[in-house]
Design a protein around this ligand. Structure first.
Ligand SMILES: Nc1ncnc2c1ncn2[C@@H]1O[C@H](COP(=O)(O)OP(=O)(O)OP(=O)(O)O)[C@@H](O)[C@H]1O
Length: 312
């Protein structure tokens, strides 16, 4: 396999059972391509942080194998880890050290020779250059988050993990972060992120993985996922509210919404026959009049909620 063909991360039959006996990951198989932005989505407790922890060598797998750029994360821990930058969820950066010293030290930990020009670039990209001599504990929460990212990039990793990068950050920082992600991607860095803001994944990611109860439910190209699992809906605002769905319409994929004031008709966006003409005819026969109608397509969030619900 050439360098270009080798996946950034290759996960084979990965299982994790914590000492408590809790099975956090159940035979995960996943290959992350070089240079892609991969969004890992899942509800609370799904196993995302456990998975990231294993890839980054923080959590020990129970069985299975993970390769980062070809290096086994357990056996070749140092080489594997040097390929990876991790921006963790938690802020554990409250130190007396300055921003600059922290970055220099972090780079040194990975055995990389000093490179002040690289560190300067990272700090400038994150609007932290003016703060380089500040002690980290004196920075604001948003600035500390920027430092976490800078720290993860100090050793020039090829693979970057962002665990809930935008949870609780303000609009400006969120925008800066996404600009930075776009820039890193242009340089060929592989980016894996978890987020509760599914809209962000919808905008940024090339591929989406959905995990729940330690199982990967889907891994798919974002556009294919939206096309395959996306539904379209026709929303009809009724002239007069209905108390309940008339029996005569029970055979249709219809729901009554907002106190009987709206009918929602769901159809498959791939299907040529939408059934809308038939629906409108039947409504007319029933004397159900509407004052407005519009259509909407399911968002990634709708698809995500459906997938997780279906597993339950
Ligand atoms: N050290 C541990 N011992 C026992 N169980 C654990 C441990 N760490 C995590 N778990 C359990 O494993 C499951 C997965 O946790 P994990 O943190 O990986 O989920 P997550 O998808 O990252 O959730 P969140 O979105 O809330 O961060 C949870 O049920 C959690 O309680």
């Amino acid at each position: 396999m050439t360098d270009a063909e080798r996946p950034a991360i290759a996960i084979h039959d990965l299982c994790k059972t914590y000492d408590s006996g809790f099975e956090a990951l159940k035979r995960i198989n996943l290959s992350i391509r070089r240079g892609e932005i991969f969004a890992l989505l899942g509800p609370n407790g799904a196993g995302k942080t456990t998975l990231i922890g294993i890839v980054c060598g923080i959590v020990r797998p129970s069985s299975g194998q993970v390769l980062a750029d070809g290096f086994d994360v357990v056996r070749d821990y140092r080489q594997a880890r040097s390929k990876i930058g991790l921006v963790p969820q938690e802020l554990s950066t409250d130190t007396f050290e300055t921003v600059w010293a922290t970055l220099r030290f972090s780079r040194g930990l990975f055995g990389k020779p000093p490179n002040p020009a690289h560190l300067e670039q990272v700090l400038r990209d994150l609007s932290l250059w003016d703060k380089r001599h500040s002690k980290i504990m004196q920075l604001s929460g948003g600035m500390k988050r920027r430092v976490l990212i800078a720290k993860a990039l100090a050793h020039e990793p090829d693979i970057l993990f962002l665990d809930e990068p935008t949870a609780g950050v303000d609009v400006e920082l969120r925008r800066d972060m996404w600009q930075m992600v776009a820039k890193l991607r242009q340089r060929g860095v592989t980016i894996i992120l978890t987020t509760h803001y599914i809209e962000e994944a919808e905008q940024m990611a090339d591929r989406i993985g959905v995990i729940n109860h330690g199982e990967l439910l889907v891994v798919e190209d974002k556009h294919i996922l939206m096309r395959k699992l996306g539904k379209k809906q026709l929303l009809l605002s009724l002239q007069d509210a209905l108390e309940s769905m008339p029996d005569s319409l029970a055979d249709l994929p219809l729901e009554l919404d907002t106190g009987g004031e709206r009918l929602i008709y769901t159809f498959d966006s791939q299907d040529e026959r939408t059934g809308i003409a038939g629906l409108l005819r039947r409504l007319q026969e029933q004397g159900i009049a509407f004052r407005d109608l519009h259509s909407r397509e399911s968002s990634l969030e709708d698809i995500f909620v459906d997938l997780v619900r279906a597993q339950r």
